[in-house]
Design a protein around this ligand. Sequence first.
Ligand SMILES: [Zn+2]
Length: 80
Amino acid sequence: MNSPAQCEVCNRLAADYEAATMEWFRVQGQLRIAEYSRDENASNRIISQLSDIAERRHSLRNARDQHELEQHPQTRCAGS
Ligand SMILES: [Zn+2]
């Protein structure tokens, strides 16, 4: 069977999503520092970076949903 655990695409999408999540938290930490030091230029730059990352996470999640729907429909709604 074509199980998601053995699927290369699933693994790649999950890894990319996790990496984007880690990056988001890292950049969020930088934002806190920039705001603390009242560095407005840095804050603005970091905020736009955060929105890029958020967009990437969103599209990775969509890609994963789409892929699961097409390749692993039997695993939808299984567990939580
Ligand atoms: Zn898959």
